[in-house]
Design a protein around this ligand. Sequence first.
Ligand code: CO
Length: 145
Amino acid sequence: MSSGHSQADASSGVLTELDHVGIAVADLHAAVEWYEEMFGATVLHWERIESDGVDEALIKVADSYIQLLTPFRDDSPLAKYMDRNGEGIHHVGYRVDDCDQVLEHVKAQGARVVDEHPRTGSRGTTVAFLHPKTAFGTLVELVQE
Ligand code: CO
């Protein structure tokens, strides 16, 4: 890097891993088939997340996941998002050791959040979302495994 610092000096702070990239799709099975045919990928985990009104298929990529998402009811936030924006990258999930602690920290720093308190996400993880307006247009999810 031009700064002269080696990569070993770089730190992601409280972000320990890129947990997943959430991708909104209209047809979950068609999207899964595409990843299977194009890349030989297989689905590690299927889940209906009732609270969010979405079905997900998780494809593992090294220590991270591609989270293919589709709404299963019209009043789900993802359905409303897709009405405006269509398919594509919806959010980025960063892994943290302590979701509650990181959420309180970012709130104290003035970040706007979607979730005031951590809640249960897919695979039994603990998650909280930061508002895209606070994060340069990207919906950010904190994920504690
Ligand atoms: Co997610």
